[in-house]
Unconditional design. Structure first.
Length: 246
């Protein structure tokens, strides 16, 4: 391989030196800029985390646990290494638990319907809800009724041909998984798919202390059904009392 003349080799060496020097200079110029950008980004993230932390704390002060839980979860997911996330994690588990309880309470309350209106020569006030199981077209309705002429009563209203019961029969039931048999009877008309609870006042008093009632009912078609009512959202103040008919 031919050797370069000395002056050419010297020129090549000088050129390489200049290239290395330019590269080093460029690296020196970029490093502080990259560091500044990373530092600025970290500051922005910390500021955003702190801003969301303030919103989280405001939601707690307003006792809005559901909103606080959403904000707290977002802080922990988006800024896991931040001081804000560490601070949120000290209270977030309790907030999430309260938020879940509030959401469930609202769901249970929404299951109930309260109505007042005319009914066969009088006025009736009802509080009712549909079974959670069975649901849809096969659901059964639990009705608490006050009527100006008929008084107070509790009954199940189903579909099809109604329920099987001879005279006074017993419905197997559990109130929050504790056995609570119910005496029942069919309406005298016999034309409605309904069955009445004999001891309505004790039933209502026990129901108000209960979250879930399960009953096993038998239809006139011979089908045995287990019925679940989630009664924990009942609000007695919304079930309007009525005076007797004059």
């Amino acid at each position: 391989m031919p050797r370069l003349p000395f002056r050419h080799a010297l020129a090549a060496t000088a050129a390489c030196g200049w290239l290395l020097l330019a590269a080093c200079s460029q690296q020196d110029q970029n490093t502080p800029s990259q560091q500044d950008a990373a530092k600025a980004q970290a500051q922005q993230m910390a500021q955003e985390a702190n801003r969301q932390l303030q919103t989280y704390q405001q939601a707690l002060q307003q006792k809005n646990d559901e909103l606080a839980a959403q904000i707290g979860e977002a802080i922990v997911q988006q800024f896991p290494a931040s001081d804000a996330a560490k601070q949120v994690q000290q209270t977030l588990p309790e907030v999430e638990q309260r938020a879940k309880a509030s959401a469930d309470k609202r769901r249970l309350a929404a299951l109930w319907s309260y109505q007042v209106g005319p009914m066969e020569g009088g006025t009736q006030s009802t509080a009712s809800l549909y079974s959670t199981r069975p649901s849809g077209d096969r659901s059964i309705r639990l009705v608490l009724r006050r009527h100006t002429q008929w008084g107070e009563s509790v009954f199940l209203f189903g579909i099809g041909h109604g329920f099987a019961c001879k005279g006074n029969c017993t419905i197997t039931a559990q109130f929050d998984d504790k056995p609570h048999p119910l005496r029942a009877f069919l309406p005298t008309t016999g034309n409605e798919p309904a069955i009445f609870i004999r001891d309505d006042k004790p039933f209502i008093a026990a129901m108000e202390k209960t979250k879930r009632i399960t009953m096993t009912v038998i239809t006139r078609d011979g089908d045995k059904q287990e019925v679940l009512f989630e009664v924990g959202g009942f609000d007695s103040s919304k079930w309007q009392p009525l005076g007797s008919k004059k």
